[in-house]
Design a protein around this ligand. Sequence first.
Ligand SMILES: [Cu+2]
Length: 475
Amino acid sequence: MTQPSRRTFLTGTASLAGAALLPKALFAGADLPVLRAAESTAQLAPAGYPRTPVWTYATEGAGTVPGPEIRVAAGSRVQHRLVNDLPQPTAVHWHGIRIENAMDGAAPLTQAPVPPGQSFDYDFVAPAPGTYWYHAHNRSTEQVARGLAGPLIVEDREPWLGEPGAASRELTLVLDDWLLDADAAIVEDRWDDLHAAAHGGRMGNTVTVNGNAYPELTLRPGERVRLRLINTATARIMQLDLPGLSPRLIALDGHPVPPRAMETILLGPAQRADVVIDAPLDPDWQTTLLLDPGNDEWVDIATFAVSGESLTPAKADVRPLPAWRTLPAPVLANPQRETLLMEGGAMRGMREAVYRGDTMDFRELASNGMVWAFNGIAHGMDAPMFRAALGRTVHLEMTNRSMFPHAIHLHGHHFEVLRRSGAFNMPGDVRDTVLIGADETLEIAFVADNPGVWMLHCHMLSHQASGMMGWFEVA
Ligand SMILES: [Cu+2]
C-alpha cells in the first residue's frame, strides 16, 4: 500500500497539517474493511428511463447511491480503507464527526487527495450519537454531484427505540438532487458553471430519496417512526412537509433538541434533522413527502402508504432522545471575537477581493472562477482566517451581504446559535452547518477544543469552489 503523495499540500498549510498526516493504522498494518469508490450505475430516474452512470461507495459488492449506511456505537471506531478506483484523486470527509484532524478528509488541507489506484486508511472515534454523513471532499462540486455520499449513523448511548413515547422503528432518508439530461445521464459539463455559482449553485432537476425517484415507503397503522433526514444535495435547500404525519423534531445535525412540532422541515445542503412521525390508524391511508423547490410549488418526492397490522399508538408526548453533552459549553464572558463577512454573487457582487495574494476587481475575479469572498478574500487557503488557542471560546459573527442564502459548515466542531436576525435558526440550537439568509446576521459560539486545521466553507458546493472557502487553526 503506497502512501499518497503529499506534494500537493498548499505551502502555507503543509507545516501545520504535516505533523498529523500519517494514520496510525497504516503502520500497525491493520487490514481495515474496504470502502471502495468506483464508477457504477444506478436507477435514479423512474422505471422506463435508462440507468444513470454514477460514482459510488461500496463496502461490499456493487456500489450504491447513497453509499452504504455506516453504523457504529457512540465512542467506538470507524475504520475504513478508502480504495480509490475512480479516475480522479479523492478523499472522504466524515461530516459532523468531531474527529482527529488527520482523519477529517478535507483535501488538500488535512491530507493529500488519494490518487486513482491508491488507498488511505481512515480510523477514528465517533464520539457522539446522531445522524451524520460521509462524502467526497476533493473536487466536491463534481464528486458529490456524481453520487459520492452516504449516511453515517452513530447509535444512541442509551436505548430509545421501543421505550415509552419513543419510535418503534427508524428509517434513514437520504435526500439528493441530481442534474440529469433526457437520457437520465448526469449533465457533466457544468461543474464549474460560473452563472450557477454566482446564483444558488448548480441546481438539479431530479430529487431522489435513498437513490430512488418517488419511492413508496410503508408505515403500519398507528406506527411511530424516527426519520433520519439527510440533505446530501450540492446546492438545493430542501423545505419538506409531511402532511398528516405530525412531524416533531428531535435532533438537528446529530444533536438532540427538546421535541418540537414542525409545520415544515428546512434542510440546507449537508444539514440533518431527526423527526418523529405518527402514522394514522386508517389502513390504506397514504400521504406524500412534499418538497418546496423554492417557489412555493410543493412537489411529491415520496409516498408514505399505511398498511398491515395496526400498532397501539404511542402516547402523544414524544420521548426526547437520551441527553448527552460531550461538547464543552461556550464561555461567553470574554470570548475571542471573530467576524465572517460573505460577499459576492449575482446582483450584488463585490468591488474587489484578494485571490492568491492579488487584489482583483469583480471581473478579474470571475475570470479566475471566483465570484465569492470571505472577509475580502476569495478561496483563502494560504493563511488561516483566525487562530484560536485550544480550549478558548470563539464568538463568530457572520454577515451575509449577498442576495443568496448560504450553508456555512465548520469542520471539527459543533457550534451554538446565539442570535440571528433572520428566521432560519433557533437560538440555542447546536449545529455543524447553518443556513444564513440574504442580508442576515448570525452569531455563533463554540469552544475551540479540537486541535488542528479546520475548513470553514459554504456547503453549497458551487459557492465553495468559487470563493467561499477558508480555514482556521486550533492550537
Ligand atoms: Cu453559499
